[in-house]
Ligand binder design. Structure first.
Ligand code: FEO
Length: 400
């Protein structure tokens, strides 16, 4: 795969990782890309690099266009290793005049690579550097995704180079949004937002207001992962606005794990009750669904009902894993309830409720427990639990 010209004299020179299947706990069944961009002008600038094993590919793609040693500036928009793993090798080869980064970026680069001798140039929001016929304007985007993160904006090309922002983990041979299936693209973008950016939603809101306030004209967004937005710039910006406001729908997710199918039967009964009250329902068994797919569905759900059998006075391990992951992503409050089967202790429901309280979810009902195998009365209580959750959810104002 060759480099791709995305604007006049601006090139994608990154790498496609067809095989990666896990990104610190986020399942990536479609792989990912590590996008890096080269701008040829009076000065030549490289924006970000790639994950370490792909350094050779990056250098090869750059070499199709310029002698790597003619690169003057390396802009580090984000220090996470999927974008800087190849940096030491590239710096040794290129010997750049400047490595441009935020102040937090410099700190993080030093902490990762321990190279005091690199020619750092620290920039902050509003700073501009001329590279000839073009200007690079920097916008710090702290915590999106790390404290070091920043965007680079090239006004002459109306191009926003956005590191993790607006990205998707999706390996494709195509480079642009209008070359792939639109609904798959938006699904991957939503999954990326839910699993990576959700905890920083208030900051995303401030950033979007800031970008609007500055009146930046953008006709292309080039993220560090996935497809480049050229036809869907407005679509992805309004999607990010909706996701960061955590707008919900009349939708509930019922997520469960089961030992001997009792909690499975209860989950189906809860879903029946939710549906009977007009809610859209997604039932997700943790045996079949990855935690990162669950939080993708959680993003616009108004209610969440979790079920687990009790095992050794605890909830089942896959439910504990999901709750740990969910807590870290700090979703906006949801309407919630718990259920589960048990043999003697029955602690799972109590423990799930404690987790709901910690996440400030509104518990619609103390929950339903069934001893060993649910009776028809137990299942009727589960249906009623679903109905109760649905009524509470439809009565509750949106998270907006
Ligand atoms: Fe793609 Fe936060 O790194």
């Amino acid at each position: 795969m060759h480099s791709t010209e995305i604007k006049n004299n601006i090139y994608w020179v990154g790498a496609v990782d067809w095989s990666v299947r896990d990104f610190h706990g986020y399942s990536t069944p479609e792989g990912s890309t590590y996008n890096a961009y080269l701008v040829k002008d009076e000065k030549t600038a490289l924006f970000d690099t790639v994950k370490k094993p792909f350094a050779g590919e990056l250098v090869l793609r750059i070499s199709e266009l310029v002698d790597p040693q003619s690169i003057d500036y390396i802009v580090v928009n984000h220090v996470e290793l999927d974008h800087t793993g190849a940096l030491p090798e590239v710096v040794d080869l290129v010997r750049p005049e400047k490595i441009i980064c935020s102040s937090q970026g410099k700190k993080a680069l030093l902490a990762h690579f321990h190279r005091e001798d690199w020619p750092y140039e620290v920039v902050k929001t509003g700073d501009e550097i001329s590279i000839g016929s073009r200007t690079i304007r920097f916008i710090e985007t702290r915590m999106l995704h790390w404290p070091d993160s920043m965007f680079s904006y090239i006004p002459e090309d109306r191009l926003l180079i956005s590191q993790d922002g607006f990205g998707q983990h999706w390996a494709t041979s195509e480079r642009f949004d209008d070359e792939v299936d639109a609904s798959e693209l938006m699904y991957q973008a939503r999954k990326y937002y839910a699993n990576i950016l959700l905890p920083y939603s208030p900051m995303v809101q401030r950033l979007l207001a800031d970008v609007k306030g500055q009146g930046l004209e953008i006709d292309m967004i080039a993220p560090d992962h996935g497809l480049i937005w050229r036809s869907g710039v407005d679509t992805i910006i309004s999607a990010w606005d909706e996701w960061s406001r955590q707008v919900t729908r009349d939708k509930a997710i019922v997520v469960y794990d089961t030992m001997w199918q009792s909690t499975h039967a209860m989950a189906k009964a809860v879903a029946e009750g939710l549906q009977a009250e007009g809610m859209c329902v997604k039932v997700m068994s943790l045996e079949a669904c990855h935690r990162s797919d669950v939080v993708t569905e959680l993003l616009n759900a108004r209610a969440v009902v979790l079920g687990s059998s009790t095992l050794n006075n605890n909830m089942l391990p896959r439910m504990a894993d999901l709750i740990c992951y969910m807590k870290g992503l700090r979703p906006a409050p949801k309407v919630a309830a718990a259920f589960g089967s048990y043999g003697w202790g029955g602690e799972a429901v109590k423990l799930i409720n404690a987790a709901f309280e910690e996440m400030k979810f509104g518990i619609a009902d103390p929950g339903v427990k069934a001893n060993y195998v649910p009776t028809s009365d137990d299942l009727a209580r589960c249906v009623e639990l679903g109905r109760m959750v649905a009524r509470a959810a439809t009565a509750s104002p949106d998270a907006e």
